[in-house]
Design a protein around this ligand. Structure first.
Ligand SMILES: Nc1ncnc2c1ncn2[C@@H]1O[C@H](COP(=O)(O)OP(=O)(O)OP(=O)(O)O)[C@@H](O)[C@H]1O
Length: 250
C-alpha cells in the first residue's frame, strides 16, 4: 500500500537500454531535483519515452543504474514499482473506452490502496476535479480529449505517489485545455511530488519546469535550469542542428 509520502530522489546514471538488440539510450545520466518538475525535451525519436518507460519498469536497463532514494529499481517490474509509488501516465492516457469515469477511479485506487482508502481517494478526486464527479457515470469513449486528460491525471493525485512520470500530457489538446492540464500539474509541485514530464509543446511546459533534460539521439545534451538552457542556446542547437543567430538577423 502506498503511504502518504511524496518527494523522492530519482537518479538515473549512465543508463543504456533499447528494444530487442537495437540500442536507443546511450549512457544517459539524469538527476531530476526532488519535489520539483523536470522536463525532458528532444526531437522525435530521441528516446524520451524510452527513458521514462525504463524508470517505470517497463524496460530493463542494459547497463547503468536507476535508483529511487538510493535504492536500485532498475529491472523491477512496472507492477512492483507502481506499488512503490511510481505513477506513469502514458502517452494517450491509456484509458479503457467502455469503463466509466467512476470505474476508472475505482480501478486506479483499488490496485494500490486498501478498501477503506479507495472511497477516500474517490472523494478526493471528485473534490479536486468536479468535472469527474459530474461525469462519473460517463464512459471514457464519450469524454472530450480534455476530460480524458483530467481523468488520467487524477491518478497522480489520488494515489499520492512519490514520483509522477507524464508522457506528453498536452498532446492533442487545444492550447486552453493544455494550459488547464498544466495548471493541475503545477499542483504536484505545490505538494512536493517529484514530477518528470516528456513534452513536445515546449512553449506550454517550459514555464512550469524547474529542470530540463535535453536529449538527442539517445544521448544527454544538457541538464539544468530553463534559464541556463536559454543562456547556452543548447535547445536551439538540439532542435535545429545549428547555432542560433543572436544579432544581425533580418
Ligand atoms: N516498442 C518499441 N519497439 C521497438 N522500437 C521502439 C519501440 N518504442 C520506441 N521505439 C523506437 O525507439 C526510438 C525512441 O523512441 P521514443 O518513443 O523513446 O522517442 P521519443 O523521443 O519519446 O519520441 P517522440 O517524441 O516521437 O514520442 C525510436 O526510434 C522508436 O522507433
Amino acid at each position: 500500500m502506498v503511504e502518504d509520502v511524496n518527494a523522492c530522489r530519482l537518479e538515473v546514471t549512465d543508463l543504456s537500454v533499447g528494444y530487442r538488440r537495437r540500442p536507443i539510450l546511450n549512457t544517459i545520466t539524469f538527476h531530476p531535483p526532488e519535489g520539483k518538475i523536470s522536463l525532458i525535451l528532444g526531437p522525435n525519436g530521441s528516446g524520451k519515452s524510452t527513458l521514462i518507460k525504463t524508470v517505470a519498469g517497463l524496460l530493463s536497463p542494459w547497463s547503468g543504474t536507476v535508483t529511487l532514494d538510493g535504492v536500485s529499481i532498475g529491472g523491477m517490474g512496472a507492477d512492483v514499482l507502481a506499488r512503490q509509488g511510481i505513477c506513469l501516465i502514458p502517452q494517450g492516457n491509456a484509458l479503457f473506452p467502455f469503463l466509466s469515469v467512476r470505474e476508472h477511479l475505482e480501478l486506479y485506487a483499488a490496485v494500490l490502496l486498501s478498501k477503506k482508502r479507495v472511497q477516500e481517494a474517490l472523494e478526493l478526486a471528485y473534490e479536486m476535479f468536479p468535472l469527474l464527479k459530474e461525469n462519473r457515470d460517463v464512459l471514457a469513449n464519450r469524454l472530450s480529449g480534455g476530460q480524458r486528460a483530467v481523468l488520467a491525471l487524477s491518478k497522480a493525485f489520488l494515489l499520492k505517489p512519490r514520483l509522477v512520470l507524464l508522457d506528453e500530457p498536452s498532446i492533442g489538446l487545444s492550447p486552453k485545455v493544455a494550459e488547464e492540464i498544466y495548471s493541475h500539474v503545477g499542483r504536484l509541485r505545490e505538494d512536493g511530488v517529484t514530477t518528470v514530464i516528456v513534452e513536445q509543446n515546449v512553449q506550454i511546459a517550459l514555464p512550469y519546469a524547474d529542470d530540463v533534460l535535453l536529449m538527442a539521439q539517445g544521448r544527454r545534451e544538457f541538464e539544468g535550469t530553463p534559464e541556463a538552457m536559454e543562456q547556452t542556446g543548447e535547445m536551439y542547437r538540439v532542435f535545429f542542428g545549428r547555432e542560433k543567430e543572436t544579432s544581425g538577423g533580418r
